[in-house]
Design a binder for this molecule. Structure first.
Ligand code: DC
Length: 223
């Protein structure tokens, strides 16, 4: 059994950035579960399935072969043999992932894959249901939040840096909509595990948040 750090929270709270820093500092594997839900959303989209058609999604998702490999320390997501890392970060895939991820068969399939990846390794895993559902026995559980405007500003900067034209008010509105969808869905909604520690990253630097979480690991280990 490895050591598990679970980081959950809403979109744009800084989960993946922080998780990557922690993984590097501690020599752990970083597992980005959102990327798996995004790859599945891309598959459903490419198949031309209506995102509101739960039955079609639950059937079709079984045909998606999603695998993860680590190349030069980076997580690469393969969808039916194709590296899809550069295709899954668009707003369209973000919005689609929020609609396809609540489906039961999608979750069953991806949770199983996530638990396999974590089985014997030291991992930092981020997502929405890691502390509650995927790794309920994780040694450290964090619920990372930030205000919706701060999160929108972060996303805006990311998209602008990639040359994507965008409007910050629309991004904030979409973030709030996605939060609502993620928090109110029936299966594995976004919520903090009872034993999670809340960290608000609104006015903290990446380093400060990473150090806070690494501090929790040291504290637990020294016990
Ligand atoms: O973290 P992200 O923005 O890459 O996640 C994409 C979508 O996948 C988001 O709508 C929530 C969903 N997701 C989920 O339901 N469960 C997870 N463990 C991770 C992500």
């Amino acid at each position: 059994m490895g050591y598990k750090i679970a980081i959950d929270g809403p979109a744009g709270a800084g989960k993946s950035t922080i998780a990557k820093v922690i993984a590097k500092k501690l020599g752990f594997i970083y597992v980005d579960t959102g990327a798996m839900y995004r790859a599945m959303a891309l598959f459903i989209m490419n198949e031309g399935i209506d995102p509101k058609d739960a039955e079609a999604i639950n059937n079709k998702c079984k045909e998606a072969d999603i695998t993860i490999r680590y190349e030069n320390g980076e997580q690469i997501v393969y969808l039916n043999g194709e590296n899809v890392n550069s295709l899954i970060r668009t707003q369209q895939v973000s919005n689609m992932a929020s609609l396809t991820s609540p489906n039961i068969e999608v979750r069953k399939k991806l949770v199983e894959l996530q638990q396999k990846l974590a089985a014997d390794a030291d991992v930092v895993m981020d997502g929405r249901d890691i502390g509650t559902c995927v790794l309920p026995d994780a040694e450290v559980k964090v619920f990372l939040t930030a205000g919706s405007r701060v999160r929108a500003e972060r996303r805006y900067k990311e998209l602008m840096a990639k040359g994507e034209d965008c409007d910050i008010d629309i991004i904030e509105k979409e973030i709030i909509e996605r939060d609502n969808q993620d928090m109110t869905r029936e299966i594995s909604p976004l919520k903090a595990a009872e034993d999670a520690t809340f960290v608000d990253s609104s006015y903290m630097t990446i380093e400060e948040v990473a150090e806070t979480i690494i501090g929790m690991v040291s504290y637990k280990k020294e016990g």
